[in-house]
Write a protein of this length. Sequence first.
Length: 459
Amino acid sequence: MPISSTAPFIPPHPQPRSPIVSLFRAVLQGEGNLLGLLPAEAYRMPIGPLGYSRRSIVVVNEPKLVREVLVDPQGIFPKSDLMVNALEPLIGDSIFVSSGPTWKRQRAMMDPALTLMRVNRAFASMEAGAAEYEETLHRQAQSGALFSLDLAMSHLTADIICRSVFSTSLATTVAHEVFDAFTFFERSVAQVEIRRLIMDRAWTKIPQTQAVLESCALIRRCLGDLLDSHLDAGQSFDDIASAVVAAHDVEGRAFTREELIDQLGVLFLAGHETSASALTWCFYLLATRPELVARIRAEVAEVCGDGPVTFEHTKRLVFTRNVFNETLRLYPPITFLPRVANEATRIGDYKVKRGALIMVAPWVLHRHRLYWKDPNVFDPDRFTAERKAELVQGAYIPFGIGPRICAGAAFATVEATLLIARLFRHFDFTVENPEAVRPAARLTTRPTRQVMCRVASAG
């Protein structure tokens, strides 16, 4: 049943715990949810310590200090060793985790491929993926069967990015294999990394379990099969995979096969898992708020008439886009952007030890009491032009900032605007037990359990 709309809508979020309870749940019970480690003070302080670890942890919230850390012109704050170690079995030393000269070389090689993610080029892939998924929804509406919203959004966004990267749709069996393997991977890694965060010192490396390595191997095998099929097609594709294969550095060196899988893995996984996370939350929120769906339908009717939703239309679907923006505020796909201080330094006036974990957390920043009015309320209208003065510059960073800002930000925003407009135009979604849905921070911000729902044709 839809949640009452008479009061401000406060979607699910964890209540901050005491440090003792957080330690007990994380270490002794193996809870794999990083949100449980955040005390109430984290949502109020500009910068300060997170004080229950063997290593120094500094939470940075003040926007100008966040910028100092993430822009990092001196290279003092590379990607955290926790993140690098967690992701290495899956995407190697790729552009997402590398630092310094390695990152600069990779980024220069990848730039031609990243230009192919421009939305006006990729929109046809989005339309094709949306149209195919609409057919699936028509069948599900007729059957009335329950389905996993998480899996559906993962399959949909994986199919769209697969069309953009490899010029082919993604088989359902492959999409399900990748979803299951990645879900297991991020749940398992989160449990290990929380214990490491609390109990280990900086730069302590712990090997992953055999089961985690097998899940990574399955995903890499799927990516390798897609790459091989692309190369064996004997055609000249003007797509992202072809650009990555053709890339050379200044010395004329191309990526090896394993490096190709590393880099394409980043584009494929980052290009769909983050979008799937955000869309799962967005569809869940809209399923519980019929008055927001009504506003979206009215806007789509006004902008698009009875015709299809075009690329030009997405620029004018302001409320629809703001629904997605507000979803990204409350449920940023990447919950934490951890860095490590590779030397003793200062962030503003705050002293930082060498090896300290520097925690920039979009989850915290987007709900910070100093920077947001009613921070836990879902309010898409806070992004309207009329209320622009309320927004604190630098307090909204769902795609990061600085040289490592997400290259697919525009892609993700247009993709989401199109999918929300098309799918809610024709369908009503109903979530089973919406009050039981709770967020968890792993590699992405996901519900603690799959969101089950039904769909019906909009009448």
